[in-house]
Structures are given as structure tokens and as C-alpha cells.
Write a protein that binds this ligand. Structure first.
Ligand SMILES: *[C@@H]1O[C@H](CO)[C@@H](O)[C@H](O)[C@H]1NC(C)=O
Ligand SMILES: *[C@@H]1O[C@H](CO)[C@@H](O)[C@H](O)[C@H]1NC(C)=O
Ligand SMILES: *[C@@H]1O[C@H](CO)[C@@H](O)[C@H](O)[C@H]1NC(C)=O
Ligand SMILES: [Zn+2]
Length: 250
């Protein structure tokens, strides 16, 4: 979206009024969360992302190992290393055990059966289909700092409204515990403080929004602007974002 076209609105609007732009972007969250949960059960593999990953290996010894293993040398494939953002691991067939850890899709070349086994973590999986790789990688980086708070995560989802979810550039971190949830507030503030390295555009949590597109600078969640859900959605917990943290990325 073009910041310049909204600038006059920003200047005129009182800081407590929710911007219609935000309402428009988030007008569809209620219906989509159910869809996101359903999708996360059956992640889809994005072949374009696989090509990106393969390119990174080009020219290296590992690249050659991978190229050969793609032709069926399964044993060599197991040596390829990977990193989901929260930790490093090895690429292996997800039908094999990843003892003490978990498989994460989207970080290994080749078949969607070959995934990144990261030990020492059981972070919820992010559905990668249509989700930008830097977005889901940043999602794991964020969850690594708060490994116990999230039940599941959504990314790509089609909506009737213009939405960063539609282009795979937004995450919904669905919380195990709804607001009030001081740990979730800490997580939202951590995401805000790291906005630059994580490419964060805006964050909505528990009735408040912080928006880097408006050049807002880091401040405690209690000082974020009020977020008013669109009228059509009512004022339930999901619409107010009291059960999940929404993060949009540039
Ligand atoms: C992964 O393992 C399954 C079950 O053993 C096997 O059928 C499948 O061909 C393997 N896939 C790859 C890409 O090695
Ligand atoms: C939330 O934070 C408190 C205090 O830091 C901690 O004791 C508690 O275990 C946290 N809860 C979860 C679910 O992580
Ligand atoms: C977030 O910022 C802190 C310092 O404020 C840093 O230690 C941490 O590595 C950053 N995390 C990410 C994911 O950028
Ligand atoms: Zn969302």
C-alpha cells in the first residue's frame, strides 16, 4: 500500500481513532482463523521456495550432495543441514524419527517428505503454502523466544479484503491463553522492538495496534493506539485480537 496516499488521514486523525485502513485490512480475521487452523494440519509444499533453497547450495560441496541425493541417494540427503530460524538441524525424510525434536517444512530442497529436523524444540509448525519464506522463518525466530505461549500459527489465507495474509506476508500467533496474558504482551513488545531485523509492518494485540507504516517508534503496549475492529465483525475476542497476535511484514 502507498503510505503517501494515507498521509493526510494520519495527520488529521486523532491518535485514539482507529484508522479505516487498519479496519479494512483486518476485516476478515474471524472467518480466516478457522481456515488457517484447518490448513495448518495439511501443509502444502511450495516448489518455488524449494528452488530458492537449492540455489543457496549451488557451488558448495553440500550443493553437490543435495543435487545427487535429489536423484535418489537418500543417505546423502540426510547430511544436508538446514535452519528454521529457531535452530539448525538436518534434512531428513519426515517418516524417520527426529528424536527430541520436530520436523519443519520449507527449509530443505527436494521432495516435501524431506524436512528440517530441529532437535530440542517442539515449536508449532507454520503452514508454508503461499507463505513467504522470510515470514515463516521470522515466525520461528519469534517463537523461539516464547516457546510455550503459542498453540498454532496461520499465514497465507485468501480474504475478501485487502490483507497481508492474502500475499503470505502476515502471521497470526494463536495463543494458548486469551487476554489478559502478560507473557503475550511481552511477546508483542519483543516483536515491536525487533521490527527492523524482522521487517515488521504492524502488530495487533488485545485491542491495540502498533504500526511502523505510520513511523511509530517502540513504546509499551499500554501506549499503543486503540484498535477498533470493523463493525461487521462485532466486538468478540477474535475480532479484538485478544486470542491471537497479528503481525504484518513489509
Ligand atoms: C520418505 O519415506 C517414505 C516412507 O519410507 C518413502 O515412501 C518415500 O519415498 C521417502 N521419500 C523420499 C523423498 O525419500
Ligand atoms: C508467563 O510468565 C511467567 C512469569 O514470567 C512465567 O512464570 C510463566 O511460566 C509464563 N507462562 C507461560 C505459559 O510461559
Ligand atoms: C531482538 O532484539 C534483541 C535485542 O533487543 C536481540 O538480542 C535479539 O536477538 C533480537 N531478536 C531477533 C529475532 O531479531
Ligand atoms: Zn491476522
Amino acid at each position: 500500500m502507498k503510505i503517501t496516499s494515507f498521509l493526510p488521514i494520519f495527520l488529521l486523525a486523532s491518535s485514539v481513532l482507529a484508522c479505516p485502513m487498519d479496519d479494512e485490512i483486518h476485516g476478515d480475521i474471524i472467518e480466516r482463523d478457522a481456515e488457517i487452523v484447518a490448513r495448518s494440519a495439511e501443509p502444502d509444499f511450495d516448489l518455488l521456495e524449494v528452488r530458492d533453497e537449492e540455489d543457496e547450495f549451488d557451488g558448495s560441496e553440500e550443493g553437490e550432495l543435495n543435487a545427487r541425493s535429489l536423484e535418489g541417494e537418500g543417505e546423502l540427503m540426510a547430511r544436508a543441514t538446514c535452519n528454521n530460524g529457531a535452530g539448525s538441524g538436518v534434512c531428513a525424510n519426515k517418516s524417520k524419527s527426529c528424536s527430541g525434536g520436530k520436523y519443519y517444512a520449507g527449509f530443505c530442497p527436494g521432495s516435501s517428505a524431506i524436512q528440517c529436523c530441529v532437535k530440542g524444540t517442539k515449536l508449532p509448525s507454520i503452514p508454508i503454502g503461499g507463505c513467504k519464506k522470510y515470514v515463516y522463518t521470522n515466525g520461528y525466530k519469534i517463537m523461539k523466544q516464547f516457546p510455550t505461549l503459542i498453540s498454532n500459527v496461520g499465514c497465507k489465507g485468501s480474504r475478501a479484503y485487502k490483507s497481508d495474509h492474502a500475499v503470505g506476508k502476515a502471521l497470526d500467533f494463536i495463543l494458548k491463553k486469551i487476554a489478559p496474558n502478560p507473557n503475550a504482551t511481552k511477546m508483542a513488545e519483543y516483536i515491536m522492538r525487533n521490527y527492523s531485523s524482522l521487517k515488521v509492518k504492524y502488530i495487533i494485540w488485545n485491542g491495540k495496534i502498533w504500526n511502523r507504516e505510520r513511523k511509530e517508534t517502540p513504546k509499551p503496549w499500554s501506549q499503543w493506539r486503540k484498535y477498533t475492529p470493523p463493525k461487521a465483525l462485532g466486538t468478540n475476542c477474535n475480532a479484538r485480537h485478544c486470542n491471537h497476535i497479528h503481525v504484518s511484514f513489509f
